[in-house]
Design a protein around this ligand. Structure first.
Ligand SMILES: Nc1nc2c(ncn2[C@@H]2O[C@H](COP(=O)(O)OP(=O)(O)OP(=O)(O)O)[C@@H](O)[C@H]2O)c(=O)[nH]1
Ligand SMILES: [Mg+2]
Length: 345
């Protein structure tokens, strides 16, 4: 399944549209003045369809997968506003088209010398109606364009979600085990979007890199954290929770443990790993270890230590959910789409 926002047909801005249409009118001729003016209005009427096509191409909010519905909610700030704007745009486009059809008819029934005047008032009235959609078109086009650039997450694929505090090495891990190449840097909130890569475990497995989350209530979380929480809540799969046990992590043991508790409350399959074991802070390491009742893998994503074991755990999880375990491989390879060369990851 593709990103459902990719197929949205974003329309031109209203003012640009009206301006370019009024320029186009001059290039439209006809056998008589009457015919010419009717053709001009008909042309305008047909081209207003771009706004109806936009509304039709917009995914039905209620039919979106919860992950994508929440992505829309995060990007727009309000699903109600999305619904209202879509209906405002559709209603004004239909109204403008009706007005134009009425004026076409009036031109047909009026003396020829009135044709140009009627065409101009029809064009003006229809344009005023379209202008009522201006703010909605600008706003929802911006939201759509942002969402259409989002990575194509397939909620039906077996999914690994890598989560944890900021700067824990989530992106480093995802880039080591999958085809994703997210940005890696030594500061919190390097990752601002959901990223996705794939591993070949005999079946295609999707690996999701999430932005870091802070230890605070939902209502205080920023848009970046909300994207991570959306993936954790609304995608099914195995969560790999990374602790940062390095010398100076962004968070101490207590906050990191709070985050684990929150992630655990989702009740999803979970794999706990201590990252940056190559530069471990023994105090933090021991404190967390004493308070975690899960099995813990100690890894270094950067140095590649413990990653085979981690992939082994992914394989075991896959086996536990697979209908056909004989089709599975050991998750050692990144996934390359059939038909694409090895350089097209
Ligand atoms: N020593 C050591 N450094 C690591 C390890 N894994 C990641 N790093 C470093 O930690 C820093 C943060 O790595 P990222 O992968 O960007 O961390 P992140 O969790 O994705 O960070 P955000 O996206 O900002 O939340 C980078 O400088 C990495 O090179 C590791 O296993 N050992
Ligand atoms: Mg990151």
């Amino acid at each position: 399944m593709l990103n459902p926002f990719e197929k949205i047909k974003i329309p031109p801005r209203i003012e640009d549209f009206i301006e370019s249409e009024s320029g186009r009118l001059r290039s439209i001729g006809g056998k008589s003045i009457r015919e010419r003016e009717i053709r001009r209005l008909r042309d305008y009427r047909e081209r207003i369809d771009a706004y109806l096509q936009f509304v039709r191409s917009f995914p039905r909010v209620n039919q979106l997968h919860p992950f994508y519905r929440t992505s829309l909610e995060i990007a727009s700030g309000s699903l109600d506003r999305v619904r209202i704007c879509l209906s405002v745009i559709a209603r004004n486009a239909v109204l403008a088209q009706r007005i134009l059809a009425k004026y076409e008819d009036m031109i047909r029934r009026s003396p020829e010398e009135r044709a140009n005047l009627l065409m101009r008032s029809g064009f003006g009235r229809a344009s005023s109606i379209l202008r009522r959609s201006r703010d909605c078109v600008d706003w929802i086009s911006k939201v759509s364009s942002e969402l259409s650039k989002g990575k194509a997450i397939d909620p039906e694929l077996p999914t690994i979600i890598v989560a944890g505090p900021p700067n824990a090495g989530k992106s480093t891990l995802v880039s080591k085990i999958s085809s994703a190449k997210p940005e890696i840097a030594n500061y919190p909130f390097t990752t601002k979007e959901i990223h996705v890569g794939h591993i070949n475990c005999g079946v295609k497995v999707q690996v999701i890199d999430t932005p870091g989350i802070l230890d605070r209530p939902d209502q205080e979380r920023n848009v970046i954290e909300k994207k991570a929480v959306n993936a954790l809540r609304n995608l099914e799969g195995l969560i790999i929770f990374l602790f940062d046990i390095s010398q100076a992590p962004v968070y101490g043991a207590k906050e990191q443990l709070n985050l684990l508790r929150e992630v655990k409350s989702l009740g999803k399959p979970l794999l706990v790993a201590f990252n940056k074991a190559d530069v471990a802070n023994e105090d933090i390491r021991k404190e967390i270890l004493s308070k975690v009742d899960d099995k813990v893998l100690e890894i270094s994503s950067e140095k590649g230590v413990g990653l085979d074991q981690l992939k082994g755990e992914i394989y075991n999880w896959l086996k536990s959910i697979s209908q056909d375990p004989s089709a599975l491989l050991d998750c050692g390879d990144i996934y390359i789409d059939p038909g694409r060369g090895p350089n097209h990851r």
